[in-house]
Design a protein around this ligand. Structure first.
Ligand code: IMP
Length: 429
């Protein structure tokens, strides 16, 4: 069974949605398996721009089954709004969408906890998307205050929600330390969630069994990663990370499909680097170059519209994440954004405490201290948005891609020169 997965190799926002959309036709099933409505992907199709958070990009092809697997955390209101928004614009959402009954549910207290705890890291804030993602995953691991989608259909739901709301109210009051917090009315929350549950009922299913059956039937599955490998809870720039395994390792845990069935990993990289929220970013350009990239690449968060921090391509980080996520090939996105720059820099190594190092440090303080060692490459200063073959790219653009491939140690299969499906170069063509 060809199981392909698309994984971001930076700090998220690598334009994975476009690659998933390109590959969807060659697959029967598209699966989201971690994260939640903190993720945002933009898909441009038929001249229309769609922003998706929870629903896989495969939703635009009615013959493709979309699965939101058990590793995802669900805000039912956000999911319903997304479904309604798609339907309003004529997109079919029915049996082609399945949501796992194992997925954990985000409640109002999670949003409040996210707000109260974000700047408790002792200095710099994580800068979460404030969507309650981390607190929901925390309750999942803690178990006693967690509610899964399937639980919304159990008889004891009212009692459970009331009990948890009371406990959370006490916890939140302590966290707020005298500051005002919203009252959690357990009964009102129950009423709201019971209604969401009814509306979501047609989509809720045991997706783990569905996917294991699909594996047995040799169906082609595309796994759509959210965020990027450097935001992985275990292997990213902790604590400035998201709360799930956004590296390749998360596919099996989040979907239930064993790792051996993921036969191809496509690592997605921007031709430069961006990051939203706090945390170290060695190649950040907090200057006119960063601003140029931000303007040209429209680098503002899909979910929060926060301006993204922008910087040069970091090959040390990318080599680490390509290995960590097991990328077989690379897709380099947004190459056209660099078109006007006379010179481009690639970080090829770091200097840490006076020593040259080639690996990505495990400790966030060390990542903060590293000084990037750059190689300068000439820019191409020509529009490339119309180019469709590698051979037709300006020589300096080809050299830039070749250097990235060499430094990361993986072949480039796709280069993207614009947001539309057509603005794509496949190395094989
Ligand atoms: P959380 O996932 O909302 O808890 O946020 C944790 C960190 O991950 C913050 O720095 C966010 O900005 C970042 N983050 C979460 N989701 C995304 C994403 O889809 N793209 C980029 N950054 C993200």
């Amino acid at each position: 069974m060809p199981g392909t997965c698309v994984i971001g190799l930076q700090w998220g926002d690598e334009a994975k949605g476009k690659v998933v959309d390109l590959l969807t036709d060659q697959h029967d099933i598209v699966v989201r398996y971690q994260g939640g409505a903190n993720a945002g992907h933009t898909v441009v199709t038929g001249g229309q721009k769609f922003k998706l958070s929870l629903i896989p990009s495969g939703i635009f092809r009615p013959h493709v089954q979309c699965v939101v697997a058990g590793g995802v955390v669900i805000n039912p209101q956000a999911l319903l709004e997304e479904i309604d928004g798609l339907k309003r614009r004529g997109v079919t959402v029915g049996k082609n969408l399945m949501v796992s009954d194992r997925a954990h549910v985000i409640f109002p207290w999670h949003l409040e906890e996210d707000r109260l705890l974000d700047d408790c890291t002792g200095g710099e804030a994580i800068g979460t998307t404030l969507r309650g993602i981390g607190p929901c995953y925390r309750d999942k691991v803690g178990r006693s205050m967690a509610i899964r989608l399937g639980d919304l259909y159990q008889k004891n739901l009212r009692e459970r929600i009331r009990r948890i709301a009371e406990a959370k109210q006490r916890m939140l009051a302590a966290l707020a330390d005298g500051a005002a917090i919203d009252a959690l009315d357990g009964e009102a929350i129950y009423q709201r969630y019971a209604e969401y549950a009814e509306r979501l009922r047609p989509y809720v299913a045991d997706t783990t069994t569905y996917l294991l059956d699909a594996v047995d039937q040799d169906r082609r599955i595309l796994f759509e990663g959210a965020q990027g490998t450097l935001l992985d809870i275990d292997h990213g720039t902790f604590p400035f990370v998201t709360s799930s395994n956004s590296s390749g390792g998360g596919v099996a845990a989040g979907s239930g499909v064993p790792p051996r069935y993921v036969t191809k990993v496509i690592g997605i990289l921007k031709a430069y680097s961006t990051r939203v929220g706090g945390g170290p970013f060695p190649t950040e350009q907090d200057n006119e170059i960063g601003q140029h990239i931000r303007d040209r690449g429209d680098e503002y968060g899909t979910v929060t519209r926060r301006p993204r921090r922008c910087g040069w391509f970091d090959a040390v980080a990318a080599r680490y994440t390509a290995r960590l996520s097991g990328a077989d090939v690379l897709a380099v996105m947004l190459l056209d954004v660099l078109s006007e720059l006379p010179e481009l820099m690639i970080c090829v190594a770091y200097e840490l405490d006076g020593q040259r190092i080639g690996h990505f440090p495990s400790q966030v303080d060390a990542v903060r201290r590293v000084v990037p060692i750059y190689e300068t490459l000439p820019g191409w200063r020509q529009e490339i948005t119309h180019v469709r073959r590698m051979d037709d790219l300006p020589e300096n653009a080809r050299r830039y891609l070749e250097r990235i491939s060499q430094l990361v140690g993986r072949p480039i299969e796709i280069a993207s020169v614009g947001p539309d499906r057509e603005q794509t170069i496949f190395a094989s063509e």
